[in-house]
Design a binder for this molecule. Structure first.
Ligand SMILES: Nc1ncnc2c1ncn2[C@@H]1O[C@H](COP(=O)(O)OP(=O)(O)O)[C@@H](O)[C@H]1O
Ligand SMILES: O=C(O)C1=C[C@@H](OP(=O)(O)O)[C@@H](O)[C@H](O)C1
Ligand SMILES: [Mg+2]
Length: 171
């Protein structure tokens, strides 16, 4: 069965979109990011969907985007909340799922204060930390591998992900 070479999960600021694109490039595979897919198909931003239609609508679009992205050989990055939905979590069974871990000390510098992540628009650090406490058990349960990104630059994380993917390719 054809499936993504690796699926990246983790909280906002873990580096899923950035690292995923670079890993895909190095592997010569297409990169798919569920957020980017939604933005492209809906012709509006994630924030716009949250504000105008609400989170429930975004989650439905996200689950649908994830479902349609699982039967192609790509590198796939999910939005941070996607695997927290039971419907998406169930889809991940049997796939290579890599949890990019990060703590607030590193994440806060990465997520900044722009409005591109609607869930973090108010009190971003406190909100991120609360969300991560709730979500961590799901990320850990779903992951077949974890890469801790704390204190590592993007290139180092990319190399670690590539090393893992190459290893499991040969196992
Ligand atoms: N290991 C890292 N070190 C420093 N900055 C990073 C790292 N990983 C990602 N970033 C930066 O953090 C920001 C958020 O990364 P992004 O890939 O959008 O994360 P995610 O998709 O997990 O929310 C981007 O500006 C990115 O360049
Ligand atoms: O954690 C979340 O619930 C979300 C994370 C975002 O993606 P990133 O994790 O790529 O920032 C994006 O899907 C949306 O803003 C909701
Ligand atoms: Mg992202």
């Amino acid at each position: 069965m054809v499936s993504p070479r690796v699926i990246l999960i983790g909280p906002p600021g873990a580096g899923k979109s950035t690292v995923g694109a670079m890993v895909a490039d190095r592997l010569g595979l297409p990169f798919v990011d569920t957020d980017a897919l939604i933005v492209q198909e809906q012709q509006r931003s994630v924030s716009d969907i949250f504000v105008v239609d609400g989170e429930e609508t975004f989650r439905r679009l996200e689950a649908d985007a994830a479902r349609r992205s699982l039967d192609a050989e790509t590198v796939l990055a999910l939005g941070g909340g996607a695997p927290i939905q039971d419907a998406v979590a169930e889809l991940l069974a049997g796939h290579r799922v890599l949890f990019l871990d990060v703590a607030i000390a590193d994440a806060s510098g990465r997520i900044g204060f722009d409005q591109s992540r609607p869930l973090l628009a108010v009190n971003p650090r406190a909100t991120w930390s609360r969300m991560m406490t709730q979500r961590r058990p799901a990320y850990e349960r779903l992951a077949t591998w974890v890469v801790d990104t704390a204190g590592k630059d993007v290139e180092t994380v990319v190399e670690e992900v590539l090393a893992h993917v190459t290893k499991v390719d040969h196992d």
